[in-house]
Design a protein around this ligand. Structure first.
Ligand SMILES: *Cc1c(COP(=O)(O)O)cnc(C)c1O
Length: 396
């Protein structure tokens, strides 16, 4: 937060006219965090970044030399990766791929396609044949479970993702009979925002056992299993994050059921990769009390940073005092009272944090929300009410 505060001060001195409102990304912190994570993982593991968490080119550029590649869910995301790196491996998934996306995947040299249904398998075969190429793929399976419960669930109950376990035998046979497809293994991504190490390990072991069954039953030479993303971020207690060291240490034993030691294990983490490097910060425009409840209105809101609204949580926040005050009258403030932090959206839903205890909040101070790097700007309704966009600032 010290580096962020210094960057904001620098910005205020240079360009102080507009109320401050920005996403700030600490690229040094990002590179250290992801490098550290990769160093912990067993050698057979490959770490990909799922770019839908944040596809900002500066983040992709920072990560390209560190990660094993990128996971994307649209042709637009393929192009964003290729604009930054011609060579990084790309995994391409997502429900409902169009013919244009499948052809685009071939054109942009996607490494692995995650195929979600028999219909999709047939279309990929046809398009690969027309390009005179062989597409390498993983079958995305929607496992019945039991699976752990993250904040979002993509499998374990009926959802639109991947194919039913019951369709896997037919999909394997179909892939084996298709001359322009090479089935390399399976893809699972069953939940998002899981904080429990033991549950994640249990899920990984469940994947490994299912893959072994299918490989034995169908004499498949599986050489790759993608175990998805879904490692969580604890927004409620920033000091109690997912224990990656413990997870990595116990991982080799849980991967043993895989059919061979040569099977590589892919992870494709979005939130866990980028949440911690991002901050959303905005100046306080007003402080007011309404029937005993204190509100601070900031020069931003959920139209920039929807995450606390989407998840209905009170986002952690830090106060960065700013000493300048340009007006000839008293500076409004609130001292030692719970403050509810709201935005400019003219909607009662525009609440970023509820009843936060802060020693003193003055108009003109900056409030900074940490862990804003994932699913922040990219999921928000930027053009709501034609409000201005935030700046995007980077710390090298
Ligand atoms: C969104 C997504 C991810 C990343 O999920 P996180 O919870 O952000 O780690 C990984 N794989 C697939 C298929 C996804 O759709």
């Amino acid at each position: 937060m010290e580096r962020i505060k210094a960057r904001i001060d620098e910005h205020l001195q240079r360009d102080g006219a507009r109320p401050f409102c920005a996403f700030l990304y600490d690229l040094k912190q990002l590179k250290e965090h992801v490098s550290r994570t990769i160093a912990l993982l067993p050698p057979r593991c490959r770490y990909f970044y799922a770019i839908k968490a944040n596809s900002d080119a500066a983040l992709l550029r920072a990560l390209a030399p560190i990660v094993h590649g990128f996971e994307v869910a649209s042709l637009g995301e393929v192009r964003k990766v290729r604009a930054v790196t011609e060579t990084s491996p790309i995994l391409f998934g997502g429900p409902g791929k169009t013919d244009e996306e499948i052809a685009g995947a071939i054109h942009h040299r996607v490494s692995l396609l995650h195929v979600e249904s028999l219909n999709e398998l047939r279309r990929v075969e046809r398009i690969a044949a027309s390009h005179g190429t062989v597409m390498e793929l993983l079958l995305r399976v929607n496992l019945r479970g039991p699976l752990p419960v993250g904040t979002l669930q993509m499998a374990g109950r009926p959802t639109q993702f991947g194919m039913d376990e019951a369709d896997v035998p037919a999909a394997i046979l179909q892939a084996q009979a298709s001359p322009h497809l090479r089935l390399r293994g399976f893809h699972f991504h069953s939940l998002s925002n899981n904080l429990e190490v033991e549950e994640h390990l249990g899920m990984v072991e469940h994947y490994a056992r299912r893959v072994r069954q299918w490989s034995e039953e169908f004499h498949l030479a599986v050489d790759c299993v993608n175990m998805g993303g879904g490692i969580g971020v604890n927004y409620g207690d920033l000091q109690a994050q997912f224990d990656m060291s413990a997870f990595a240490a116990k991982l080799p034993a849980r991967l043993e059921p895989l059919p061979s030691e040569r099977v590589s294990v892919l992870f494709e983490c979005g939130r866990y990769s980028v949440a911690s490097c991002g901050y959303y910060a905005a100046e306080v425009l007003d402080v007011r009390e309404i029937r005993g409840k204190t509100f601070a209105v900031i020069a931003g809101g959920l139209h920039h940073f929807l995450l606390p609204g989407a998840w209905k949580h009170s986002h952690p926040v830090a106060l960065l005092p700013v000493e300048r005050w340009a007006y000839p009258f008293e500076r409004p403030e609130c001292v030692n009272r719970p403050v509810t932090i709201v935005g400019k959206m003219d909607s009662p839903k525009d609440i970023l944090a509820q009843d936060v205890m802060l020693p003193r909040v003055r108009v003109g101070d900056v409030l900074a929300f940490p862990y804003a790097g994932a699913y922040g700007w990219v999921i928000s309704a930027h053009d709501f009410s034609s409000l201005p966009h935030p700046e995007h600032l980077y710390l090298e």
